[in-house]
Design a protein. Structure first.
Length: 655
């Protein structure tokens, strides 16, 4: 598909300017505040600047920088930004200059988590503070009620942080009252049990904060981020939040309202902090409309808006004034410029997998993206150097690793041909998309294939690489990216049990009737997804997991949604199970810690989700070939799509 002749006709609202207080946004595409784990000492560093500058250069209308603590008690992770002293100013000044060079408005979040402390600074648990001593379900923290003196310090901290950030040249600040953090804890009558003026008037704390921030901002933008529905039993409710926002806006304290959903305080509510692909796109837009109906300032909405068409529909329906497309910009920093150039079809759409963005944050690693590992690595891979000498490169396999290597190498000027034995490119991604709720994952294959072809790589389908082809083509480099195949561990088998592996089930092999046992070794989304798949086929299902829980190795919000669906589908879960054997009516397991034998009876079929082994049958045949041979992806070592694409980037950049 070619470029759209008039992009403004296709996206008239998304590409239009928006006035927010004293700032003018060139379009209505916003990168919302999100932790990156790029800062290392509490200040803005060069990695964080490079990260945000890539999105500014890509055309984002506004970038909201991740939270900065306003008081020493606000340290909720060991790697967050802090704005408690003037040491914060130089980094923010460099960041503001970098974003302003590209015409992007820069707003900085200011923050206190209250009781939502995720981790300690040194391994010992800190004292958490809140309006009252109501504990948090997710982190199992019991806070200490704030004294009036400490409340005053924190309010002053918000003002001081604002003044410092304003002096650094940011265009405004955003007070974070979303996701059950401290302002929301005061606002919530089920958490604020105080018998003083802050209990009698739950809005008092947030109003005092905004009054102090407004004065310190000196005419710069002041915004508020709120969860209109915290989606947990004792969480804030829409009527409570909408009423509070109406009062604050009428008092002239806000230039915009940023609407989200969920809370950090519970497992179910926290899913909405970064909703996975199982959650509907733009599902928070009706919440934004409720706020927009009662305020006169612009409303920004966030919540699984990963394509410009979705954003345009939200704006056209009058549900919001701007759309936060944060993960969309993580996946494709050039999204706004592609839209403006009429190339929306070339956008590398986010698939909502959560693996390398919020997943990296929860694991303590810098942000990235499984489709675009240049994200978070801008200083190393943000600008590809042209090849010193163009090489002829033959890639065996059009899975994620091979396609990424081809795209990067071709973009640098190499002559690249990819041969794929199957009729479709994508490798295991094509199987993954067949799992319940994972259809969007297939976009990874579509995006990588497009990137490779747009870079100039030639992709030949239905063509298997062998030694004869290599000898005939005489490439300078052979990239072996042949992936993996299902792992079938040795089992004690008696009789003729019905045994299928994950690939067979997903390719449509008939599923025997009766009780199905899914033996899940990897503890990722495959075993749980297969269990749900079998349950949807009206089978009674037992999921035997070789770990503490299903989805143990995947990002929390994805896992929690899977756990919820397993519960809804009445799947029996057996943790800490090692697969031992099977006969025609039973599956035999072993408890991994006690060693005791466990028998599951009346079984009609055993489904193996036992991971992969490397498919490295090609490289031995290439011994002695007059070419450099490189292995990447699962054929090097079975891992995930993230590592496969990263392997491809690294090799393509180094050839």
């Amino acid at each position: 598909m070619g470029a759209i002749a008039d992009p403004s006709a296709a996206f008239p609202r998304l590409l239009s300017e928006l006035q927010i207080g004293s700032a003018t946004l060139r379009n209505r595409i916003v990168s919302a505040g999100h932790d990156t784990t790029l800062p290392t000492d509490g200040t803005v560093n060069e990695d964080l600047i490079a990260y945000h500058e890539a999105r500014a250069a890509g055309g984002a209308g506004m970038i909201i920088v991740q939270v900065a603590g306003v008081h020493e008690t606000a340290r909720y992770t060991s790697h967050m930004l802090m704005a408690v002293d003037d040491g914060a100013v130089p980094g923010y000044r460099r960041l503001a200059d970098a974003c302003h060079r590209h015409g992007t408005v820069l707003v900085a979040q200011i923050f206190h988590p209250g009781r939502e402390i995720m981790e300690s600074q040194d391994g010992s648990a800190p004292v958490a503070y809140s309006a009252s001593d109501v504990p948090t379900e997710r982190f199992h923290v019991t806070p200490r009620p704030l004294s009036r003196a400490l409340i005053a310090e924190i309010v002053d901290g918000f003002a001081g942080a604002t003044a410092r950030l304003a002096s650094a040249g940011v265009d405004g600040v955003e007070v974070v009252a979303s996701h059950g953090y401290l302002p929301a804890q005061f606002l919530n009558p089920r958490l604020n049990l105080r018998d003083d003026e802050y209990g009698a008037e739950p809005l008092r704390f947030l109003r005092e904060v905004l009054e102090a921030v407004r004065e310190a901002a000196g005419g710069r933008v002041v915004g508020l981020r709120v969860s209109v529905d915290e989606r947990t039993p004792d969480g804030l409710r829409p009527d409570e939040v909408v009423g509070a926002v109406a009062v604050l806006t009428a008092a002239g304290l806000l230039d915009y309202v940023h609407v989200v959903a969920g809370t950090s305080a519970s497992l179910g509510g926290s899913v909405h902090i970064v909703p996975p692909m199982s959650v509907e796109n733009a599902y928070t837009a009706p919440l934004a409309q409720r706020v927009r109906d009662v305020v006169e300032v612009p409303v920004i909405v966030a919540g699984r808006i990963n394509e410009p068409q979705q954003a345009e529909r939200v704006l056209a329906a009058g549900l919001a004034d701007a759309c936060a497309m944060t993960r969309a910009l993580i996946s494709d920093p050039e999204l706004p410029r592609k839209v403006a150039a009429g190339r929306a079809d070339a956008i590398r759409a986010c698939v909502g997998c959560n693996q390398a963005c919020i997943g990296h944050f929860h694991a303590g690693y810098p942000i990235s993206c499984i489709q675009f590992p240049e994200t978070g690595r801008e200083r190393r891979y943000g600008r590809l150097r042209p090849a010193e000498r163009p090489l002829r490169i033959l890639v065996a396999g059009a899975g994620p690793a091979g396609l990424k290597a081809a795209a990067v190498a071709a973009a640098r000027g190499h002559e690249v041909t990819v041969h794929e034995a199957e009729r479709h490119a994508g490798g295991q991604v094509l199987l993954a998309q067949r799992l319940p709720g994972r259809a969007e994952f297939g976009g990874v294959a579509t995006n990588l294939l497009r990137d490779a072809r747009e870079a100039g790589a030639r992709v030949v389908l239905g063509s298997r690489v062998d030694r004869q082809m290599v000898d005939r083509e005489r490439p300078d480099v052979v990239v072996v990216a042949t992936g993996g195949r299902p792992r079938r561990p040795p089992l004690e088998v008696m009789g003729n049990p019905q045994v299928l592996d994950a690939w067979e089930v997903l390719r449509g092999a008939p599923l025997p009737t009766g009780h199905v046992v899914v033996a899940d070794w990897r503890c990722d989304w495959i075993g749980a997804g297969l269990a749900i798949h079998c349950a949807l086929a009206r089978r009674r299902v037992t999921l035997a997991v070789n770990g503490y829980m299903p989805g143990q190795r995947i990002q929390q919000y994805v896992r929690d949604e899977l756990l919820a669906e397993l519960s809804r589908r009445r799947v029996r879960v057996m943790p800490l199970m090692r697969l031992f054997g099977a006969d025609e009516s039973s599956v035999y397991l072993q408890h991994v810690t006690s060693g005791e034998a466990v028998e599951v009876e009346e079984v009609g079929c055993l489904v193996l989700a036992q991971g992969q082994v490397a498919d490295d049958s090609l490289s031995p045949d290439l011994t002695g070939v007059d070419a450099r041979v490189e292995l990447i992806g699962d054929c090097l070592a079975p891992r995930t799509v993230e590592e496969a694409v990263l392997d491809g980037l690294r090799l393509g950049a180094d050839l």
